[in-house]
Design a protein around this ligand. Sequence first.
Ligand code: 0A1
Ligand code: ZN
Length: 881
Amino acid sequence: MRSETAPAIRLEDYQPPLYRIDKVALNVELAPGATRVTATLEVSRQPGTEAGAPLVLDGDELSLAGIKLNGEALAETAYAATADRLELASPPADPFELTLVTELDPDANTKLMGLYRSSATYCTQCEAEGFRRITYFLDRPDVLAVYTTRLEASKKDCPVLLANGNLTETGDIEGTGRHYAVWHDPHPKPAYLFALVAGDLAEVPDTFTTMSGKEVALNIYVEHGKESLCDWAMDSLKRSMRWDEEVFGREYDLDVFNIVAVSDFNMGAMENKGLNIFNDKYVLADPETATDQDYANIEAVIAHEYFHNWTGNRITCRDWFQLCLKEGLTVFRDQEFSSDMRSRAVKRIADVRLLKSHQFPEDAGPLAHPVRPRTYHEINNFYTATVYEKGAEVVRMLQTLLGEQKFRAGLDLYFDRHDGEATTIEAFLSCFEEASSTDLEQFSLWYEQAGTPVVSVETEYDPDRKSFTVSLSQEIPPIAGQKSSKPAVIPLRFGLIGPNGEDMETGSVEGANVASDVLVLDKAHQDVVFHNVAAAPVLSLLRGFSAPVRLNQPLHSEELLFQAAQDRDPFNRWQAVQTLAMQDLVRLAGLVRDGSEGTPSEDVIGVFASVLGETQLDEALRAQALTLPSEADVAQEIGKDVNPDAIHTARQMLRRAVAARIASSLVPFITDQSAGGTFSPDAKAAGKRALANRCLHYYAVSGAADATDLVWSRFASADNMTDRLAALTLLVHDHMPREEEALAAYRERHTDSSLAMDKWFMTQATAPGNETLHRVKALMSDPSYDAGNPNRVRSLLQSFATGNPTQFARMDGAGFELIAESVLEIDKRNPQVASRLLTSFRSWRALDPQRSALAESALLRISACENLSRDSRDIVDRTLQ
Ligand code: 0A1
Ligand code: ZN
């Protein structure tokens, strides 16, 4: 029997809860195999609820071992309990106390939702609907309760007992070898923010004094022996706490802030109140095992989870449709934090790269959905790039449209007005409307409409009138479930670059609302006329990527070359270089596909060569500019009939041509970095490494006689993971002579670090070439691989499916088959990891007919499977629709 699609949950059906639960007292008696949870709930009717209305609590794979009402055992006829539901047919009219006992087996919980064990540590994951796997509850974000949690466990196995809030009591249970701890969290919270941890962990302590002088104890808990890997995470935490005070006036509100790193975790991290639980990948770092990218990610994720304390925890979501209320806003906040810690331009480029490579394809394919979806079957599948990254772009546009001051005033009003509430996007936007006296009704379409708007631009300069006309139009291409769309409010940051490279002053402007350097496009078509423009300008539009749109602006290569050299907006300089490269890659890929000859454009090669010498730009920016669009980016630009092999060949051609042109200038950049000195993870030092490694990359590709020696020596002598991994990737991806030797040496060196071994798996899984598929299959039986650990699965299989376009979409269908089989296998134990892997098929319809037929048959195989999880059923159904 085919597994059934779960019923659709719709935003329009939202009803407030009939009952409230004001207090929760949990007593969790932890023991391997059998953990007993006693939950005492203070329940009362919501105003308007009829006396005796049934109380229906959520459960998931639960078994009820006891139930009492106001301390008295309840007759069997008074309730009905199944694994996923507990109903009291007619509860008392007055507030009452309901005591529930459930028995759990955390060791058998392979879904990593609810209470489970990672290595020997007990931990929880309750977002989105994991609390109902611990006890029966009104498991929805608009039921806010004050929690007191008593934990009890073997003192030897679990010396550390943690839960949300402040520690109020500890003690031994005489003669049993067991002990307990009681934690009280005074802040009412939804169940998805509940957490507990128990285990034998090392504590890394520190303190932070808040802006009002309160001392907060900070602790990071990790496996013993990993204490020295927590310095960067702790430093990032303290900087996040200070920054949120200085930039947004937000102070921390408990006596302790605990972070626990676990090695088995479905997502990146979780913002549980006062007890953040992290995938260890976003905590542990030292130069030996972490790249500069890892350091940047740790800084960003630590900040993200901490910032949730206000945007998510103090003010939470009314229902899961409002997920972007906390996620979009918190991503915006962590992006701003990283921009302040590092180079703003480089951070913006990295964020836009991520948006274009992850969110744009999502928005153009079968899994497209609005930033605030209107319907879902499985909420776990909506922790997407659209909700997170596009959600952050929408907040950024709000800031651009209102200006920084009014934006801040709106946010202050939001914090004041909604503190302690579970609220909505409408309430959020109202605060900005009021604080800025702006009507945001049309703006709110950004939350309602899926798809990426295409903004088309034509310009005309009239030398007699000295006027410059910009004709703009916007349209969202039709996507599944959305045939038509309304014009959005699109802030376009711009400049008119004059012949001398400076931005020109202009006279009056007609046809659009223009405030300083932002032009607002809010109609389907708009002609904007600039008067008193002294000479024909180059229009630099969408500076800083001021809106998440695709820009269709037909600039000649001379104009792009001019922009690449002159634009005072670093983002658009970078963008101009990318656009030039992209145009050439699309042209070359077309020629290769048709079996024709072609050579890369001299102009494009020239522009890359000139970037290297732009010493006034910082190294990180030059490294970004020297990076060609990825194969996936080119595939997206081509959009249909995609042939990944042709794209790969085209990209290799351009890469080699650039390398040949700049080879003779590269060595000083490469060796400059080997000079050594103490390692620092700061942005400046990381930028230098990035540029050096980019140069090493081109040197290796140039085929210079000593290229292998240079790459090998970088690999062998590197004193940090960034350099070592960059060299390893070149040796493996370009199949250089010492490839195997390097892989063996790396393995030998890092065999004890699973995070470093993830990079070893990923490097091999993303190597182009036919033999990769066999290698990936062999690696699945490697002793260091563990199919039950989400990080390992992501490093080997997810990176193969998303980072190796030619091999995933092999012409024999074996790449799709491997992923389909793996999805089916993983789905049995961990549906969330399986369904995420399955999303790698999302662009299958854009492939050429032969490949898309192969992808479809792999998808149909998955779809035909009996007992598919709700998570994977939802994704496969939508992908095939
Ligand atoms: N809220 C967390 C991420 C998270 C989301 C979903 C999860 O399970 C379905 C787990 C964690 C964050 O934004 O960091
Ligand atoms: Zn988040």
